[in-house]
Ligand binder design. Sequence first.
Ligand code: SF4
Ligand code: FES
Length: 246
Amino acid sequence: MNISLKVWRQRNKSADGEFKTYKVEEVSPDMSFLEMLDMLNELLVKRGEDPIAFDHDCREGICGTCSMVINGRPHGPIKGVTTCQLHMRSFSNGDTIVVEPFRARSFPIVKDLVVDRSSFERIMIAGGYVSVRTGNAPDANAIPINKHDADEAFNAAACIGCGACVASCKNSSAMLFVGAKISQYALLPQGQVEAKERVLNMVAAMDAEGFGNCSNTGACEATCPKGINLTHIARLNRQYTTALLS
Ligand code: SF4
Ligand code: FES
């Protein structure tokens, strides 16, 4: 396949950015999107040009670092697939593909496609943990938890903290991310000890980081590569209201 890439290039946080177009030839349909970028970067290095900066780590859909917007959609065109697991066979020979960083005030651009998502880390520090001793794996089985709650907590724990929900939201809301993190603990007995402080502190941290409010458009759910759904935002709202009134 031969493709054209229109890529956002920006030297640093304060520099002006612009799209630059690159031709990439002999792309294998079986390459991942990131492998195609690796190939382009090798070409750029050989030509003495600055390679495109982009985030990646696991390349298997579990770390959440491969943040970029591909043809207007965070993580690209395939529902439930992270950028690192997107393959070039999802595009056609001759396509022009537009690649941009996540755009949100709380995710400032570091360079090219790399954004600073440490705002998510600060929200987690505010309450995304349990302080009780949970023992080893066999100890967890000693506490009976009904199947529905166990499944819901597990689904919430699938959130990889990628930030696509924020990037797809017109308000740059982090409610789906925070909802998933709150649900993960709210549904399990181990999460009850600091439940009230957790939801109040995580919402306060979210607001302090400048994320917008949820206006129920559902773009986050539609874009989330891990299928985190809006019921977690509803649970977050219930937990928050209950904590405020208690
Ligand atoms: S809720 Fe989904 S889109 Fe948002 S950070 Fe978690 S995995 Fe990414
Ligand atoms: S590089 Fe880890 S999820 Fe994509």
